[in-house]
Design a protein around this ligand. Structure first.
Ligand SMILES: Nc1ncnc2c1ncn2[C@@H]1O[C@H](COP(=O)(O)OP(=O)(O)O)[C@@H](O)[C@H]1O
Ligand SMILES: [Mg+2]
Length: 325
């Protein structure tokens, strides 16, 4: 990507913690740092994968970008302008430019609204006034996602999971967004349908010049659709790289663990069991320390920033820091 093209989205040092309530009186019992200093960058017309196991903070990142949640700190810059502290009124026009696709379109589509009504909301928001033009646009959107025109007058429960996800995508497209946050968009679908939806997203990206944040717990899926990948673990980015570099020369022990989980992967043969004496490792500053098969006592007390190990390839690992010294 040339230097002149600014990223469509930049996220800098984003943090969000949640209060944890315990006991039957629901007393406040500390907090969980769901997102802990996350940096991301998405280039125009590209897809950034955000991957990591369930609960690591991926959806929270998306909700912070979309301002469904206020961040504790950090900056969100969209198309060159900071949007972190915009009030609702100032953010309103931008809401059309950033859309989200959810894992389960059934829960995001109103079951009492026809497809035309669901998509029609966005079409009206996009400024299309006359009923005839609205209908034409709804049918055009359905056509773009591979659904027949007749589906406009049907209800969500009449469709399969894959068809509902197509409707969810049409609804997101109805306001002509530039960036779509795809939060596990295929995780709830049959494997046979997953590839169709991924291919649809790829085709739409080409056709409309869209940018995606593609959230998944599955590195295999990410390898297929993403230009860049960020691997997240317990609120932090552990490794970030162009997709080719991440899959050809993964560095972080957590990335290796995710790769080893892919059936038939080369890495699975190399996956190691945990070292027996874990006592010194428990105290390491590394979030992954207790799980890490490579951790040694040398990891203790190390400051864990992201380090560039090759051009554009960043890793948060003391062992890599050692290797670079
Ligand atoms: N609204 C909330 N209140 C309290 N805790 C939350 C809330 N949303 C998310 N969390 C917690 O934050 C962590 C990250 O959650 P989430 O972003 O949903 O992870 P992921 O999408 O990677 O599965 C989890 O431990 C989750 O329980
Ligand atoms: Mg999630």
């Amino acid at each position: 990507m040339s230097v002149e093209t600014p990223p469509i989205l930049q996220v800098q040092e984003l943090k969000k913690s949640f209060a944890v309530h315990r006991g039957f009186l629901q007393r406040k019992g500390g907090s969980i740092q769901a997102v802990d200093g996350v940096d991301l960058e998405i280039q125009p017309h590209q897809t950034l994968g955000l991957v990591g196991e369930s609960g690591c903070g991926k959806s929270t990142v998306a909700r912070l970008i979309l301002r469904l949640l206020p961040p504790d700190s950090g900056r969100i810059i969209f198309e060159g302008s900071e949007i972190t502290d915009l009030d609702e009124q100032a953010f309103k026009p931008l809401r059309k430019r950033i859309q989200m696709i959810f894992q389960d379109p059934y829960s995001s589509l109103n079951p009492r609204m026809t497809v035309a009504q669901s998509i029609g909301e966005g079409v009206r928001m996009a400024g299309i006034r006359s009923k005839a033009d609205q209908r034409r646009r709804i049918e055009q959107l359905l056509d773009m996602v591979g659904m027949p025109k007749a589906s406009a007058d049907r209800y969500p429960h009449e469709f399969s999971g894959g068809q509902r996800q197509r409707v969810g995508i049409a609804r997101a497209l109805s306001v002509s967004p530039r960036l779509i946050l795809c939060d596990e968009p295929i995780s709830a679908l049959d494997v046979s349908i997953q590839a169709q939806i991924i291919n649809l997203l790829k085709d739409l990206q080409q056709e409309l010049g869209l940018s995606y944040l593609f959230i998944s717990h599955d590195l295999n899926v990410v390898s297929y659709i993403c230009d860049h990948v960020c691997v997240m673990y317990r609120g932090q980015i552990m490794e970030a790289a162009p997709a080719g570099a991440l899959f050809d020369s993964p560095c972080h022990p957590y990335t290796l663990k995710l790769l080893a989980a892919i059936p038939g992967s080369k890495t699975s043969e190399k996956s190691k069991s945990l070292a027996t004496d874990r006592s010194s490792i428990a105290a390491t500053a590394c979030r992954f320390g207790e799980q890490c098969p490579d951790a040694t006592a040398a990891c203790q007390g190390q400051i864990l920033g992201l380090r560039e190990v090759a051009p554009g390839h960043f890793v948060r690992c003391c062992l890599k820091n050692e290797a670079l010294k």
